[in-house]
Each structure stands twice: as C-alpha cells, then as structure tokens.
Design a protein. Sequence first.
Length: 148
Amino acid sequence: MAKRRTTSKSKGPQIDLSILRQGEIWSIVLILIGVVTLLSLFSAGQGRITQWWTTQLRVLVGGGVLVLSLLLIGFGVWGVLRSIDRMQEVPWYRPAGALLFFLVLVTILHMDGSISNSQALVMAKNGDGGGIVGYALSETLISGLGYT
C-alpha cells in the first residue's frame, strides 16, 4: 500500500521586514504624523480626532507644538534619506541637539517670573506656555538653581 503524503497547512504569507525597511516605515509614520499635525494646526475647521490630537499636544508641549510637528517631519525625512543612502551619515549629536533645542524652547516658553507655581501648573494644563513638559523642566531648573 502506498504511503499517503501529508501536507502541512499553509501559515499564510510571512512578512519578514529587514531592519532597514522597518526604519523606513517608522520614518514615513513620523512624516505623516508631523504633516497631519501641521495641517490640523492651521486648519479652520477640525474634526474630533484632529482637535483631540492638537489639544493633547498643546497640553504636552504648549506653544512648542509647531516646532514639534516640524521636528517630526525633519526626523522622518532624515530617516528616509538615510535609509536610501541619499544622505551622509549624520553624527548622533545633531538630532540630539535638535531635541535639546526643542526642550530648551518649551522650558523658556514656560518660564515667566511673574507667575506662581500654581499658576504655572494651570497654565500648563491649559496648553499655554511650554505645556506639561515646559512646566516640569522649568520647575526642575527653578528648584535646583533658584530664580532671580
């Protein structure tokens, strides 16, 4: 008697993305998030999702939301160009410097000598100044170094 041939069940298509492709996908996601954020900041009428998104970002970084969206687009473009070898290797301290610039910006946006600590927290929760990030960084600086 002939032996029956067994067939294994097909597991479906296997997706094996290389590290390079994963980097490209994340870079494109960053660009899309940055563009949607930028467009929703300047649009007259916002939907529920974009209104919620911009409100959350304003609470998080306050007036730095515009710079944040530009940084997201910039980091995304940098990642895409790097992955397709159209750009020279950028040292690690350049993107770190851009991030540090952003953090200093939201800290400065939130530091105002004429307001108290409780007013600064209310201001951060309303999405003014540097938002929660600016509040946390400015309060850390003020408590550590003092304020003159």
